[in-house]
Design a protein around this ligand. Structure first.
Ligand SMILES: [Zn+2]
Ligand SMILES: [Zn+2]
Length: 242
């Protein structure tokens, strides 16, 4: 019997030979991750020791995980946040082309980068919610990158992924270049829970592409907990290094 899936894949590989998502080098295999060896080596994966709350890495420290100064001074509303790697090339380049040039074929690669051994709330949360975009931004972009990432990260848990429970009802100006304080002020009240009954006592996993200052995740977590969520954890593909 002909394996149609395999045949389709071989044809696709012939017509569109796999290329590195960052430097465009030809790859020998279409199996993700689609990065050449050189680019793969440059991905700055986040490893312990790190802050067990916000997931900030301490690359120059040989000790155990410990709280960072930020989380000590201002404990966030989310219970923990984890990211796969720092937001630097080649991953940053791949995320940028995914978001702004719709290179959604990178999704399988992003999923392949997820580390093994994530803590329990990241493996089987009650609900998986993508950080929402305002409907105007969604119209411009055509898709919510956080929703596509959630589906790629959790293909076996699609029934737990719900993009309708948490919505962004207030458009916020672009946050790039703003301080944490200004971001927090801009975001206050931006999110809304459409169906609080669905959250009662639940462990929520929020998914987004990039964790920058944590203001967005924090405001989402504040909103979700105010409306009944028991715990909120945050998984992002990348994290801006401090
Ligand atoms: Zn490359
Ligand atoms: Zn921290």
């Amino acid at each position: 019997m002909i394996d149609l899936g395999a045949l389709r894949q071989s044809l696709a590989a012939l017509c569109f030979p796999p290329r590195c998502l960052c430097c465009d080098a030809r790859l020998a295999s279409p199996t993700p991750p689609l990065f050449c060896g050189e680019c793969l080596d440059k991905i700055d994966f986040i490893a312990a020791p790190l802050c067990p709350v916000c997931g900030r890495a301490f690359p120059d420290c040989a000790g155990d995980n410990h709280l960072c100064g930020n989380c000590l001074r201002h404990p966030p509303h989310f219970d923990s946040a984890r990211a796969v790697a720092h937001y630097r090339d080649p991953l940053a380049h791949a995320i940028h082309t995914f978001k702004y040039r719709r290179h959604t074929f990178g999704l399988a690669t992003f999923a392949a980068l997820l580390p093994e051994g994530l803590p329990a709330p990241y493996l089987a949360p009650d609900l998986i919610l993508p950080v929402p975009l305002h409907r105007q931004r969604l119209r411009e972009r055509g898709f919510n990158q956080a929703l596509l990432l959630a589906r790629a990260f959790y293909p076996a848990q699609r029934e737990r992924i719900d993009p309708e429970i948490l919505i962004r009802h207030r458009a916020t100006p672009p946050q790039t270049g703003l301080s944490g304080k200004t971001r927090r002020r801009n975001l206050k009240g931006s999110f809304l829970v459409t169906d609080p009954a669905r959250l009662a006592g639940k462990t929520i996993l929020l998914v987004d592409d990039v964790f920058t200052t944590g203001s967005t995740a924090n405001e989402c977590a504040r909103t979700l907990k105010k409306d009944g969520a028991r715990a909120v954890h945050v998984l992002t593909l990348a994290r801006v290094a401090e």
